[in-house]
Design a protein. Structure first.
Length: 390
């Protein structure tokens, strides 16, 4: 029996994780759950899974959750704040951690899990984007394991040889091929993208996701962040990571080998597949996902991304090639820009130019600790807000 802490349990990844866990009560139990402010949903999850600890974002949310749990006689302890997240990620009673808090807010708890030597199921791509070297060093130094949950990176993980050591040449790996659906605006007239509404941007054609990541998919910043993530996970330089548009979202990613072979992982677009793979690795368990019917799909198509349509993808490649803290600056500016778009403070077409302005204005530095990285993150956010307010 393995125990798991799920950070971000009321989000789409957290809900899918609990679905897979519930299918295997003989294998897994929930040690802790966390949500920032969705107290009612978290209380319902506590009632069903009976974790030892539940963590929320504020004292007010903690009081509200405590009242709900006491009313139903649920003995889950309640805590709040960033330090409590780190504690449930590093707790001795927890074997593995689902890191599914969106954005920079998930960084500290993911690092805490790594420093405690946990098995980390990484759904928070920003942890690697912001602090790739720091996180990978912590994983290596403390004997933790890092299993990717993004469907693309999990697919690459499945296509790489067992014992892959982040050295491409040593394993005959020629290239990483990251597939991308292209989002909702793949064929829309580029000249009309300035008029994209929030409702259009969050309506992904293939995946059911949160609002922020749906906008990232529409701009392809999501894929850009995945390029940076792939660099850290698999030891691949920028010129060995290729993005391929694949609208059907059936092939989740591929690995090209020196002998000319290309291995691909296929499946229906459902996050329970990579979650089940990572939970049970190296075993395979049922995920609840329907089997793939290739005859029904009939056709798979591919194309190259267009940087005029998707300038955010180019910005991410630029950040990866530059190194230093530029990826952290990129991520911070993107988070602020996307939230401003969702709040209807800026238009869709302003997201990429705003990120570009922030990347040009904030000095790119070397940072070897979390405080320095978070300071770069803070400066980028402050400047992005200044630009939005002008």
């Amino acid at each position: 029996m393995q125990s798991i802490s799920i950070l971000g349990s009321t989000g789409s990844i957290g809900v899918s994780t609990l679905d897979v866990v519930a299918r295997h009560p003989d294998r897994y139990r929930v040690y802790a759950l966390s949500a920032h402010s969705r107290v009612a949903e978290l209380a319902q999850q506590c009632a069903r899974f009976r974790p030892q600890v539940a963590v929320v974002g504020s004292a007010e949310a903690a009081a509200e959750l405590q009242a709900l749990l006491q009313a139903d006689d649920i003995g889950t302890a309640v805590a709040y704040g960033p330090q409590a997240l780190c504690e449930i990620a590093a707790a001795p009673g927890c074997d593995m951690v689902m890191a599914a808090i969106v954005g920079a807010a998930g960084l500290a708890s993911t690092l805490a899990a790594a420093r405690a030597g946990k098995k980390i199921l990484l759904a928070n791509k920003e942890a690697l984007v912001i602090s790739g070297q720091l996180l990978m060093d912590a994983v290596a130094a403390h004997g933790a394991s890092l299993l990717p949950i993004d469907s693309e990176h999990n697919a690459i993980f499945q296509c790489l040889p067992a014992g892959y050591s982040r050295a491409m040449a040593a394993h005959g790996v020629e290239k990483i091929l990251l597939t991308a659906s292209g989002g909702p605006f793949l064929t829309r007239d580029v000249g009309t993208l300035d008029r994209v509404t929030v409702e259009e941007a969050v309506a992904h054609p293939k995946w059911v996701m949160g609002r922020k990541i749906s906008v990232d998919s529409a701009t392809m910043m999501n894929k850009g962040l995945e390029v940076i993530e792939a660099h850290w996970l698999f030891g691949a330089p920028a010129d060995k990571i290729e993005v391929v548009i694949h609208p059907q979202s059936v092939i989740h990613s591929m690995v090209s080998y020196a002998d000319g072979s290309v291995l691909a992982q296929l499946g229906n677009p459902d996050m329970r597949t990579p979650i089940a793979n990572a939970l049970a690795y190296p075993e395979r368990i049922a995920s609840g996902v329907a089997p793939l019917d290739l005859a029904q799909i009939a056709q798979l198509s591919f194309s190259q991304p267009d940087y005029q349509r998707f300038p955010c993808l180019k910005l991410a490649y630029d950040a990866l090639r530059a190194g230093g803290t530029l990826a952290a600056i990129l991520n911070a500016a993107n988070e602020v820009a996307v939230q401003a778009f969702l709040d209807r403070r800026i238009g869709f077409g302003r997201i990429a130019p705003l990120i570009d302005q922030v990347m040009s204005a904030i000095p790119n530095r070397q940072a070897d600790d979390i405080d320095a990285l978070l300071e770069q993150d803070r400066q980028a956010r402050t400047y992005a807000e200044t630009l939005i307010s002008q």
